[in-house]
Write a protein that binds this ligand. Structure first.
Ligand code: HSE
Length: 427
């Protein structure tokens, strides 16, 4: 028998919660070996007690109101798998920490919005606030940054952080074509958020970037200043055009330290070379490239969503609590984290454009119009889809925002000509 024991309360039995229950059930003996502590489920809670679930919870004490777990004297650690940045999830986590219970969650929206406040309570009370599953699904990403790369100053982190969008983009890239069908498939596999708008508009990736960039750069977790755009406007023709340049398209989340020390943070669909690791990430995969001043460049890839994939990260956090391994949630004491602000001078980047040509318009006219606004094209190619001619161009490096502004001015919302275009940064 192991002398120590850790009683777990699990609130929320959706995809992530069910995966956590299953792993803790099946591997109790192994986890006891690994931590020297008997980690067991004391109680569970969910909105609907009678729903069919992939895990059997009939032997556990049922808690009707999940927030009551926060004051349940039999619970040592609360696993919040309810979701959402406020409401029950927030009330539960805050009350649990105030009542001396460790908190483990995979809730990126909550940590992006309330992580600083929760970390303060956790640190003041000597408790764990752990959220490995919030970013990068099953990839042990935050642990890598916080512990494995503790010797480094980070300069840049860029990654594919939303499995649902990557699933949709891979489908489009491979001729699956239909945005709605790909989104439905991602929902059926349990990858998408309750409101998939959060995924496809880039908000979920922005939440994750808020958390990841906090750990990388000593920032307070916050959505403040993160610009985000999603994948809804992309069309199959954009992938065909990208291919002409030996590239594809991925939704990237990027945080980059500027010359003045401030950090640029944005989520956007980007042109990615087919030889880049990001191009090889398909379906709900995630990947992150981290650049540290001592280690150089590191590439981590793995499953970004899914029941056991995310539960793998959540259970690892529980086992850290069981083994007594504790670290500052955001790498440094949260009171030492600074508020994020964008660099004073805009960064430069090359852009990729895919533009439909209205009747009578030539590719040269488009290129000349951009040149008139100070945007130089490095390479220009043409293609045709369903009888519509397109021009695809790669610009020289230009100040962030200059090319989208020029595109707006040259192409506008010209309803009569029916011009359609995509403007993407090149990674
Ligand atoms: N909706 C998220 C995604 C789930 O698609 O990546 C994992 O955080």
């Amino acid at each position: 028998m192991h002398k120590k024991a850790l009683a777990v309360g699990i609130a929320g039995l959706g995809t992530v919660g069910s995966g956590v229950v299953s792993l803790l059930q099946r591997r109790r003996a192994l986890y006891a070996e690994r931590t020297g502590t008997d980690v067991f489920i004391e109680t569970v809670s969910a909105r609907d007690r009678d729903r069919d679930r992939p895990c059997d919870v009939s032997s556990y004490r049922w808690t009707d109101d999940p927030v009551a777990m926060a004051s349940d004297g039999a619970v040592d650690v609360v696993v919040e798998a309810v979701g959402g940045e406020d409401g029950t999830a927030y009330a539960l986590c805050r009350a649990a920490l105030e009542n001396g219970k460790h908190v483990v969650t995979a809730n990126k929206a909550l940590i992006a919005a309330r992580g600083a406040e929760l970390a303060r309570i956790a640190e003041d009370n000597g408790l764990a606030l752990a959220f490995e599953g919030a970013v990068g699904g099953g990839i042990p990403l935050l642990k890598t940054v916080r512990e494995g790369l503790a010797a480094n100053e980070m300069t840049r982190v860029a990654g594919i952080l939303n499995g649902t969008c990557n699933y949709i983009l891979s489908a489009m890239e491979n001729g699956g074509g239909n945005f709605d069908a790909a989104l439905r498939a991602a929902q059926e596999k349990g990858y998408a958020e309750a409101d998939p708008h959060t995924d496809v508009e880039g908000i979920d990736a922005a939440h994750k970037l808020a958390v990841l960039s906090a750990l990388c750069f000593g920032l307070l977790p916050s959505m403040e200043g993160i610009r985000y755009e999603g994948v809804r406007r992309l069309k199959p023709v954009d992938f065909a055009a990208a291919r002409l340049f030996g590239c594809t398209i991925r939704l990237l989340a990027v945080a980059e330290r500027g010359a003045d020390g401030a950090v640029f943070r944005a989520v956007y669909p980007a042109l990615v070379n087919l030889s880049h690791g990001f191009a090889c990430v398909t379906e709900a995969g995630n990947a992150v490239r981290i650049e540290g001043d001592a280690v150089g460049s590191l590439f981590l890839q793995g499953p970004g969503a899914g029941m056991f994939e995310t539960a793998s990260a959540v259970v690892a956090d529980i086992l850290d609590v069981a083994a007594g391994r504790r670290s500052y949630p955001f790498s440094v004491p949260v009171r030492r984290c600074i508020a994020p602000s964008p660099p004073a001078s805009p960064r430069e980047t090359a852009y990729f454009l895919c533009i439909s040509l209205a009747a009578g318009h030539q590719a040269e006219d488009v290129v000349a119009a951009f040149a008139g606004l100070g945007v130089q094209m490095g390479a220009v190619k043409t293609l045709s889809r369903e009888g519509v001619p397109y021009v695809a161009c790669l610009t020289e490096r230009a100040e962030e925002g200059k090319v989208p502004a020029a595109a707006e001015s040259v192409l506008g919302e010209d309803a009569e000509s029916g011009t359609e275009y995509a403007v993407l940064r090149a990674e």
